[in-house]
Design a protein around this ligand. Structure first.
Ligand code: PXP
Length: 237
């Protein structure tokens, strides 16, 4: 059964809407863990639109499971990661104008730069994953980067409409997982997963972890954070 990483960025989005102190993502992390989260995921964006440095600093000290820090391949955040040493780092592409992480990291097109960052993170004992589209050329490049993990971008699957298109996108995730395992990579997935579409992805053989944020935070408005996580965990199980 894949582990559940709960992404709490959008708890911070609500807080930042008023530049105040609530809701506190640190509190959300504790609730998520009580609901069965196996990991707390946060994205420290260059523009600090949701998660703040203070959040990451406290989370690495207080989270009882483990912290997965999503970040761009950029020296400023790399320095923070090397100082704070979260258990895991997921390298993601980042554009200032995007609403969310659109598309995967172009590892094939920037292998040298990505590999340098992976090396520094590996050296600090941080488990690195690369957030990539389920494309053979990105998977093959990832296998050369030194990163032990990839996280397959499930956005195209989540956005697909119609049975044939959904099946095609799901096949890409299945084939991508298989190829990555053959190349010695460990495989996670995430983005756009929700209470309706998660189960088939969770059933992909050798899928290790799913990172889910927006749908859990959305549901938490109605049922509470702990319960929203519990329900997601039950679906994955
Ligand atoms: N995984 C990665 C690498 C992401 O960038 C995000 C979004 O921040 C997620 C998972 C979670 O996506 P969602 O909020 O759509 O569940």
């Amino acid at each position: 059964m894949p582990k559940l990483g709960v992404n709490i960025d959008h708890v911070a989005t609500v807080r930042q809407a008023r530049r105040t102190y609530e809701p506190d993502p640190v509190w959300a992390a504790a609730e998520a863990e009580l609901g069965g989260a196996d990991q707390i995921t946060v994205h420290l964006r260059e523009d600090r639109r949701h998660i703040q440095d203070r959040d990451v600093e406290i989370l690495v000290r207080t989270v009882q499971t483990r912290v997965n820090l999503e970040m761009a391949v950029a020296s400023e955040v790399l320095a923070i990661a090397l100082k704070l040493k979260p258990a895991c780092v997921c390298l993601v592409p980042e554009k200032r104008e995007e609403v969310t992480t659109e598309g995967g990291l172009d590892v094939a097109g920037s292998l040298e730069r990505v590999s340098e960052t992976v090396k520094k993170l590996n050296g600090a004992g941080i488990a690195v994953s690369l957030f990539i589209d389920p494309e053979p050329r990105q998977i093959e490049a990832s296998a050369k980067s030194g990163a032990p993990f990839i996280e397959l971008h499930t956005g195209s699957y989540a956005d697909a409409r119609g049975d044939a298109e959904i099946a095609r996108r799901l096949d890409a995730l299945r084939d991508g997982t298989k190829l990555a395992r053959q190349l010695g990579l460990r495989v996670n997935a995430g983005h756009g997963l929700n209470y309706r579409n998660v189960q088939v992805v969770a059933a992909i053989p050798e899928m290790e972890e799913l990172n889910i944020g927006h749908s859990i935070v959305s549901r938490s408005i109605f049922v509470g954070f702990r319960e929203a996580v519990r329900e997601m965990k039950a679906l994955i199980r």
